[in-house]
Design a protein around this ligand. Structure first.
Ligand code: SAH
Length: 369
């Protein structure tokens, strides 16, 4: 099917060393240094493959900025603290977040050690360009482990879906890992491992799952969540994890490829399509609560409406043309309506302090630009 060099490389690897896991396939397609999707492609926007919430409207990053300031106040305005975004894409969310936060509290941006965790050198350059106009000091790292021992406020939008996950298929009452191999014509196909996983790693109801049911597990996501939770439990702070996903562990195949705003065959364009899966928010929330943190999962619609999305849209629309107001209305719906991003996307908030009521009337305090 595909003629990309990454496809050829993957095929040579499978021929030489045998089948690979779904996790290895995702990791290579997205993160390969020479040909991985985030390393070489232009994912975002109308000309790219998909549009993320910060790219839809400035309101998204602004309201997250308000959340960050409210969490900073709840932890008694600790100075200094780390303001970290993981997987910042084009840097748009951080730009909007900083603008809104600075207007609400210049002390917040002054106290912030702004750190971007990004593995793609190409996207790092883009983030630098987006944020070039701010006179704040921003540093980049590719690993959360390098953060200094200080309170942390962390935001990650559409990062976890891009971290690899593994799939297990039920065959005669046991779950075997789903693997990727080649058919006689050298096309990628799924197969299953001979070995099955221990029932201890499966949901309690696994015995009643039907034959061929697929169970997804994401150790890489869980360990990142553990790392974030450990840092916050030890040094204080809060985090906001936003992504498409579900709040109850179940069965089903959520592996997907997106290319040019359409679903693509996951084997058709390795390295040229975004390959992701839905995020298991229940597992992530459990990890944070077991670390002793306060946690809450809401839908993106609930979160944004609670944060004052409608007021903010009203304020931005004041004095604008009917066409601009219609655009704002469309953006609000795209972000928060249940049949658009509102229900599918979830927001997991975690914090070492309680989730305090918002201290600001957002619509009154943040200017347009
Ligand atoms: N948050 C942005 C971009 C989402 S796309 C937005 O909402 O528009 C995923 C981002 O995560 C990209 O910037 C990608 O390069 C980055 N990324 C992928 N794996 C990563 C990892 N392991 N650590 C840090 N960043 C990663």
């Amino acid at each position: 099917m595909s003629t990309s060099t990454l496809a050829q490389r993957l095929k040579r690897h499978i021929k030489a060393q045998g089948s690979i896991t779904v996790s290895e396939y995702m990791l290579t397609c997205l993160g390969d240094q020479e040909a991985g999707y985030y390393m070489v492609q232009e994912p975002f926007g109308a000309k790219g493959d998909f549009i993320t919430a910060p790219e839809i409207s400035q309101m998204f990053g602004e309201l997250i900025g308000v959340w960050c300031v409210s969490q900073w106040l709840a932890m008694e305005q600790h100075q200094p603290f780390i303001l970290c975004e993981m997987g910042p894409g084009r840097g748009t969310l951080m730009q909007d977040l900083l603008r809104a936060a600075h207007q609400l509290s210049p002390a917040f941006t002054q106290a912030a050690i702004i750190t971007m965790v990004e593995t793609s050198p190409r996207l790092r350059d883009m983030q630098r360009q987006t944020l070039a106009h701010t006179d704040l000091n921003i540093t980049w790292t590719d690993d959360l482990k390098t953060l200094p021992p200080l309170p942390l406020i962390l935001v990650a939008n559409e990062l976890f879906d891009a971290l690899p996950m593994r799939q297990y298929v039920k065959k005669q009452s046991r779950f075997h890992e789903r693997l990727i191999t080649l058919d006689e014509n050298d096309n990628f196909i799924f197969t299953t491992s001979d070995y099955s996983i221990d029932a201890a790693h499966l949901p309690a109801d696994h015995q009643s799952a039907p034959e061929s049911a697929i169970f997804e597990a994401a150790p890489a996501r869980n360990s990142l969540m553990q790392q974030i939770s450990d840092h916050i439990a030890q040094f204080k702070g809060s985090a906001l994890i936003i992504d498409y996903g579900y709040c109850h562990t179940g069965y089903g195949d959520t592996l997907q490829a997106i290319r040019k705003h359409r679903f693509d065959d996951i084997f058709a364009h390795p390295g040229e399509a975004d390959i992701t899966s839905h995020v298991d928010f229940l597992s992530l929330q459990e990890i944070a609560s077991k670390s002793g943190l306060n946690t809450a999962t809401q839908t993106q619609g609930e979160f944004l409406l609670n944060m004052g999305l409608l007021d903010r849209a009203g304020q931005l629309g004041r004095g604008k043309t009917p066409a601009q107001q219609q655009q704002l209305q469309a953006d609000v719906e795209r972000l928060a309506a249940p049949d658009q991003m509102g229900d599918l996307f979830k927001v997991l908030s975690i914090s070492s302090s309680s989730f305090s009521p918002l201290p600001y009337d957002v619509s009154a305090s943040v200017n347009d630009q």
